[in-house]
Design a protein around this ligand. Sequence first.
Ligand code: PEP
Ligand code: MG
Length: 902
Amino acid sequence: MAAQETVEHKYVYDFAEGNKDLKDLLGGKGANLAEMTNLGLPVPPGFIITTEACKAYLATGEEPAGLAGQIATHLEALEREMGRRLGDPDDPLLVSVRSGAKFSMPGMMETVLNVGLNDRSVVGLSAQAGGNDRFAWDSYRRLIQMFGKTVCEVPGEEFEHALDEAKRAKGTTNDLDLDADDLRGLVDAYKKIFVKHTGREFPQEPREQLDLAIRAVFESWNAERAVVYRRQERIPADLGTAVNVVSMVFGNLGPDSGTGVAFTRDPGSGAQGIYGDYLTNAQGEDVVAGIRNTVPLQELEQLDKKSYDELLAFMARLEGHYKDLCDIEFTIERGKLWMLQTRVGKRTAAAAFVIAGQLVDEGVIDLDEALHRVNGAQLAQLMFPRFRLDHEFQPVAKGIGASPGAASGKVVFTSARAVELAAEGEAVILVRRETNPDDLNGMIAAQGILTSRGGKTSHAAVVARGMGKTCVSGADEIDVNVPAKRFTVAGQTVNEGDIVSIDGTTGKVYLGEVPVMPSEVVQYFEGSLDPEHVDNPLVRAVHRIMSHADAKRRLAVRTNADTGADAARARRFGAQGIGLCRTEHMFLGDRRELVERLILARTDDERESALAALLPLQRDDFKEIFREMDGLPVTVRLIDPPLHEFLPPLEQLAVNVAVAQERGEDVAKEEALLAAVRRMHEENPMLGLRGVRLGLVIPGLFAMQVRAIAEAAVAVTRAGAVAKPEIMVPLVGAVQELETVRAEAEKIIAEVVGDSGVEVLIGTMIEVPRAALTAGQIAEAAQFFSFGTNDLTQMAWGFSRDDVEGAFFWRYLELGIFGISPFESIDRDGVGRLVRIAAEEGRAARPELKLGVCGEHGGDPDSVHFFHEVGLDYVSCSPFRVPVARLEAGRAAVETDGSDSR
Ligand code: PEP
Ligand code: MG
């Protein structure tokens, strides 16, 4: 390989060669290290191996041609700059080898520190550290441990046991009590463990250590936990990771050294100020792992004022440069501050809104940019309920509110148990001393996470915030005993299966199930908190950003509601009409009997009398809804599901009849019902007698509904309100079906509305693939289309919507056939294509055709962007999703239509 060192492809970049916009190539960490270097901040020198090198390695299992030579060249330059050689016995350069993908994946991939240490350079390191043998041997044992575990898959517990053993021998529980001799002994023990598991000696050659560590970082891209995390976070699987090779600086050289994490604003609330954690005499991993409890960053001012002031100046500089909240990792080595990492920091949903609002106030960004920086998933989180606390509930412990929300559930102590109980439909709280990346599946399954150790930047906190999962970390009054499956707190014992409640905003922990109340943001949407007068930065920021979204969006947002109460609530949430009023629930409850009469009718008279009894009830239903939606359009869908859904189940009925016959009772009525249920039984009811087919088969059914709608609209209008009914026909696949229904409906409407001024539109759902493909013809008979993407997804994929998610979607997700259920987020390529075709052909045939969507996708953030792109007029979703859809429609508008500054 060395012979072909002419470089066809550049795989290695010096920090000075990169910048923050090269995240695809250099990963987030590398790109930002480069940016800080170029800003003149004190970054330890180093270089970055690109994501392309990683991808090439993962594709072939071999390092791409030229990479080894480029690493050698950059390493030599680094050695020159540092005035030290990698692993030099007398004065060694040591490096860290760190992963760094385009998107941050906290703790998911590998890092190896202290590369370059061996039996000889450990002595040189001690000399460098002013004869600090303890430090040198501690660094060496850390290298063998990290290298063994991450590069050579030596089980981590073996090293932990050896460390515990050394402490036991010394009669201590504190690592810091081990002296240089103890650590030298530990290095020997570690080396034996290494040989036992790998069949070879711990590599002494520094360049070999470096190369193996680089490969291990490449390979960690495909580690199981990283794969799970990416799927959860919807990070593409093919990005690869960059590798950062950085000269080591040490925070564990004594009391004038330390390491910390800092945020330019509070990532929990968004408040301005200095936030962070600091740990004296420690390496960075100690803070992130949450192994030792940290002190607030402010205390650094007393410990080392010069470094503190310098750090604050750098933080202000970085925030001004990135125009956003930055988080920073730093190390102080004997009074000298080094910046080890920065990035635009993760934050809670509340902080995202508050910070975006503040930055607008400060004139740093405009409102379009503020809108871009928040999203519907965050808004949805802010609408989570909170605990309703009265004196009955006293917290038993208080940790750090690491990720907001209110969660109650059964206590579990292992990831596996969390997954098991969640699969049985139980809400669980995963309780751990501290979490590590192997707990990921349990964290996904749990309602909330509670740890007894670790700060705001511990693994549990960072991952939970990313997932939007409630988390309390560092609740150190809790004593967790995982093997015994219990924890103790305030003199009480809590066993697996007991219920606890955790508040991720305040950090408080309660025993038992605490009742919940609406969040402030919901109170604002409900109209009970006035944003202009309330002293609540979150409510003011949400109000401001929502108002901008409303001003910008092209999509109207309607709601799916079939009761007056739902309609009223959705209207308060900003719904601009009803996009789907499902009428089937109106046939349940005490009306079931009338429906039975309708279905069982043997003569026209019997059927007509049942319909006549239903008519006034339906009319009242619609009147209530039209009144609530005064002035706004209301799409009422004619009855859709198979009628047998209104009848008793076949098996149960058959048993009842048989038993009654046995007893010699008169069962004539039940027999008639049984015969009807048998007659109507279908193998595939979702593909059977439902939707428009019902209306065509049962005379008078649709006519009754149309009459009830028209009469209700006239009555409400005469009473002074404005009713705007739109009658929607479900499950249409051919224009002839619609034409037939429409002809009958128009006659009834003309007769009922007379000169009342009420206008009734007639349109159809597009939810059968054939309807999408013949939309040009169907538009001739429809004044509007509403995409029923639930059925459209079901029929386009051939997935029974009631069965598949539980049956096999887990496997499809695992195989990456899709990254998210197509029932949750629109499948753009398939179902989306049908939507596009129908929208285009429908509009070509009838330019004024109104287009909307009323399937579940109408409230899904990604899908809203798609519907915006396709040019629909509105989305319709459940009342609680209305604000989310408003926000995302605004975001879609500023993102795709370009932004202007306001
Ligand atoms: C749909 O199919 O997308 C739809 C809105 O109708 P339903 O869910 O009632 O079948
Ligand atoms: Mg449907």
